[in-house]
Ligand binder design. Sequence first.
Ligand SMILES: [Zn+2]
Length: 65
Amino acid sequence: MAQPKKKTTRSRKGMRQWKEKIATPNLVECPHCHKMILSHRVCPYCGYYDGEQKIVVGAKEKKKG
Ligand SMILES: [Zn+2]
C-alpha cells in the first residue's frame, strides 16, 4: 500500500476541514412550520422565533418619517 510521505498534523487537518464547516450551514427544523432554517435566526418562511412571531413575512418594512 502506498503511504503518505508526511504525517498530517492537527493544524493541517484543521485548515483542510474549516472549509467543509463553512460550506455546510447549521440547519435546524423550524418548530412552527417545520422547514429547514438557519439556527438562531428568525424563520424566513413564517417569521417565528423562540415561540413568538417576530416579523411579518411578506410585508415590506417601511421607515417612518
Ligand atoms: Zn417557520
